[in-house]
Design a binder for this molecule. Structure first.
Ligand SMILES: [Zn+2]
Length: 209
């Protein structure tokens, strides 16, 4: 066995499906190695021809496919607009932004960007390294998350930059984010958890091993 992960058991939970004609199962395939590290791979399966068309299995629940689709679209729209805002801001105002954050005390930069990790001490040390300021600027604006956009917006405000295109996008982003939150709430309301029919352990290896 050594440090190779090997399957040792599978815990299967079977629940009633939403229409009641079939069921859905959540199988937790458990693996471990000689050093007692464990890994669990979870596979959900809907065993009902009706519910299979309308639902997706998600952990112990099944979720209407239609709502999941709406949420995926809403999330994609938020992410796309975040990317547009970031690219535009950096293309037009990167110099102003870097100039601003590097001219204020480190603690104010840290607070303005609501940085949690690394600690302020490490952040301060990182800035003193070769190209530290430029690297920190890039690093803490990585990705197109809403968090990144908040940092950009806060910095542009401090720089006193007014840009009607950006203002419009930022207001659009508020609308899209709200839509995404609503889609999440709809899913939470619609989560279906059937009655647990049985729970058992099997030792048969999964087909993919
Ligand atoms: Zn069903």
């Amino acid at each position: 066995m050594g440090n190779r992960m090997e399957h040792y058991e599978t815990e299967v939970s079977e629940y009633d499906c939403a229409c009641g004609a079939g069921n859905y199962t959540i199988s937790k395939y458990k693996y471990r190695d000689d050093y007692s590290s464990e890994e669990i791979k979870t596979v959900s399966l809907i065993n009902c021809s009706t519910c299979k068309d309308d639902y997706l299995a998600a952990d112990q629940y099944i979720v209407p496919k239609q709502l999941d689709q709406i949420l995926s679209e809403a999330t994609a729209e938020v992410n796309n607009l975040c990317q547009v805002i970031k690219e535009y801001s950096l293309a037009h105002y990167k110099k102003d932004m870097i100039h601003y954050v590097t001219s204020i005390p480190v603690t104010r930069w840290y607070a303005l960007w609501q940085i949690i990790s690394p600690s302020i001490q490490t952040f301060r040390k990182d800035l003193k390294m070769l190209n530290g300021q430029a690297n920190a600027f890039e690093y803490h604006l990585m990705g197109n998350h809403e968090n990144t956009i908040k940092r950009i917006i806060a910095t542009l405000e401090k720089c006193g930059i007014e840009d009607s295109k950006l203002s419009q996008w930022i207001s659009d982003l508020g609308v899209l984010t709200h839509k995404e939150t609503q889609a999440k709430n709809e899913i939470n309301k619609a989560l279906f958890k059937g009655k647990l029919n049985k729970k058992y352990v099997t030792y048969e290896d999964p087909y993919w091993i």
